[in-house]
Ligand binder design. Structure first.
Ligand SMILES: Cc1cc2nc3c(=O)[nH]c(=O)nc-3n(C[C@H](O)[C@H](O)[C@H](O)COP(=O)(O)O)c2cc1C
Length: 399
């Protein structure tokens, strides 16, 4: 298997097989089946919302590359008069800078520095993209979902239900009447805003937004993922957020860190280390959140496995699809193709290699002859609570 992996890594540098998950299942007996918002995916790797999912051309490229899912750029909700309470997030900014970033733990990763925020074109243009997203999703070859930033009130203020209703209804219409999969973004720029100074205010949003969105959809069913921010409080508060968001159908954990000095959102290993630390703490607590989707510095199969072992059923990447071409070992193909190649086939740090490692360590067992991606959470036993004092737990890999 290891020799085969070395060979596949080399030969797929030019081109990946068409049905890459099917190939891996046949060749390695590894079943990468994953889940995102109630949908079954052939493998866990998707694209997070952002500047890389703004256009039909980008969707076409992602579909052709074989990504499992894509989240469209976040649109800012509006009411029938076109008023947007979160209008400050519809900033037009084209310049992005892809930079190396050293973490406080002294590990070098990448971050994208950008001053923009949400979708900056018209809502009608966004709805045209949502119609295409629905067609792609119906084809069964890729799942493409919209993302919204809705009104978030101060404590004591009501939610602007008109904004929720109008935006959600139009999205449902554009989707075509079937169940609408949707992400609601709580962004790092929101974490950096004075609106998010107050813990109880944030917890109220997380408790009440799912009900607001469902009520706004009327009779159209909705599957809602909340994409949680890294608030500017401690890890214990992140756990409170996971608990408060319990009525969502899924949680994306966790969006980028806010750097108050630079006034920008940042990623790299500071982000993945914090996210994994909080997810680990959640596993050892009484919190049992809805299904999780990982995000944050996912730049190797090793990191996919780290998130999966802590309960993430799929992962969404942004920065890794934006690196200089020289950073990918593949020699041909689009960035999503090159990214999939290294994430899956890298002989030491790729997803296949890491699942084989866990099997060799006796932590992951074959079922019906196959190693299964969705079995990965079972390879991380919950640590004993402090009052139990059992031995023999398995820490997730951090290296
Ligand atoms: C330039 C840029 C724009 C982004 N815009 C959005 C957005 O509009 N909505 C959203 O939910 N997440 C947005 N994100 C967050 C990404 O989807 C992703 O969750 C986050 O960057 C962490 O993953 P990464 O480390 O792989 O980039 C953006 C990220 C970047 C770098």
């Amino acid at each position: 298997m290891r020799a085969r992996l070395e060979r596949d890594f080399e030969r797929f540098k030019r081109e990946l097989p068409n049905d890459v998950a099917g190939y891996i299942r046949g060749a390695y007996r590894i079943d990468l089946t994953a889940r995102y918002l109630g949908r079954t995916l052939p493998h866990p790797i998707g694209k997070g919302s952002g500047q890389l999912s703004l256009s039909l051309e980008q969707l076409e490229t992602d579909w052709a590359a074989g990504l499992a899912f894509v989240v469209l750029k976040t649109v800012i909700a509006e009411d029938p008069a076109g008023e947007r309470s979160m209008g400050a997030w519809a900033v037009h900014e084209t310049r992005m800078k892809v930079e190396r970033r050293r973490s406080t733990s002294d590990r070098e990763g990448w971050t994208v520095t950008w001053k923009g925020r949400g979708w900056d074109r018209s809502f009608d243009e966004y709805l045209a993209l949502v119609r295409a997203a629905a067609d792609y999703t119906r084809s069964g070859e890729i799942v493409v979902v919209p993302s919204v930033k809705y009104h978030l009130p101060r404590l004591g203020e009501p939610f602007r239900t008109e904004e929720y209703r109008y935006t959600t209804e139009r999205l449902c219409q554009a989707w075509g009447g079937e169940e609408l999969p949707l992400e609601k973004d709580f962004s790092p720029t929101l974490a950096g805003n004075e609106l998010a100074d107050e813990r109880n205010q944030i917890l109220r949003w997380l408790r009440e937004v799912p009900g607001q969105v469902r009520a706004a959809a009327g009779s159209t069913p909705i599957r809602l993922a909340l994409k949680l921010m890294n608030a500017r409080f401690d890890d214990a508060f992140q756990l409170e957020m996971l608990e408060a968001a319990g009525s969502a159908d899924a949680l994306v954990v966790f969006n980028r860190l806010w750097d108050p000095d630079q006034g920008v959102a940042v990623g790299g290993f500071d982000l993945s280390e914090r996210n994994l630390r909080v997810l680990q703490a959640a596993r050892h607590s009484d919190v049992s959140p809805p299904p999780l989707i990982g995000t944050g510095n996912i730049s190797s199969g090793r990191l996919i496995v780290d998130y999966a072992r802590l309960g993430c059923q799929s992962v969404q990447l942004h920065t890794f699809f934006q690196l200089p071409l020289s950073e990918y070992p593949a020699t041909d193909g689009t960035r999503p193709q090159r990214a999939l190649h290294v994430l899956l086939f890298e002989p030491r740090d790729g997803l296949i290699a890491r699942m084989l490692d866990l099997e060799a360590d006796g932590l992951l067992e074959r079922r019906d002859g196959e190693l299964k991606f969705l079995d990965l959470p079972e390879t991380t036993c919950a640590l004993p609570r402090r009052d139990e004092g059992h031995e023999g737990h398995e820490e997730p890999s951090r290296s």
